[in-house]
Design a protein around this ligand. Structure first.
Ligand code: S3P
Length: 171
């Protein structure tokens, strides 16, 4: 049985919501949100880290924290939307657990981000067509990384039970 499940995918794809459900369902497992782990460790919000250190600084911290959590056990890790696309993060995740890409169409991501309360520096102040175009563009750049996941989930249609079954099968 694998010790780690990594949920990857674009901002707003439901990694945290799904991760919490899975941890509730899988006995002995906990959920860890990589962004929250970073915020707790540095006593700063992600937005503050972006402000103070820029995106590059944030990516270094993110990679360092990913390396740290990649030795934790029985944990479902919700990565940040950009995590798979920097340094050798995708290899770190694939080498230490089961990676699952939550695949969604840009239009669905757009709808979800419009109702999300989470502060996200990369899209702050964006709305309407500007946001939708940003999602389409960024997703096309990022999908080659996301598709390196061991499991591609149709996140628009999969139910929690489909994830649990797929995890059991791939472990
Ligand atoms: C980012 C996604 C965020 C967070 C940061 C950058 C990205 O995480 O790591 O704002 O580059 O897509 P979520 O995917 O959990 O929103």
């Amino acid at each position: 049985m694998t010790q780690r499940v990594y949920l990857i995918g674009f901002m707003g794809s439901g990694k945290s919501t799904l991760g919490r459900w899975l941890a509730d369902t899988m006995e002995g497992w906990t959920f860890l949100d990589l962004d929250h782990f970073i915020e707790n460790k540095f006593h700063k919000t992600i937005a503050q880290i972006f402000d103070e250190k820029g995106e590059q600084g944030f990516r270094q911290i993110e990679a360092m924290c990913l390396n740290e959590v990649s030795s934790f056990e029985k944990v479902i890790i919700g990565a940040g939307g950009g995590t798979p696309c920097f340094f050798d993060n995708m290899e770190v995740m694939n080498n230490s657990g089961l990676t699952i890409y939550l695949q969604l169409r840009p239009e669905v991501i757009y709808q979800r981000l419009q109702t999300s309360k989470t502060q996200r520096p990369l899209i702050s102040g964006m709305q309407g067509i500007e946001l939708l175009n940003f999602i389409k563009h960024k997703l096309s750049q990022r999908e080659p990384y996301y598709l390196k996941a061991k499991l591609i989930a149709d996140a628009e249609n999969w139910k929690i039970v489909d994830f649990v079954k797929a995890i059991a099968k791939h472990s």
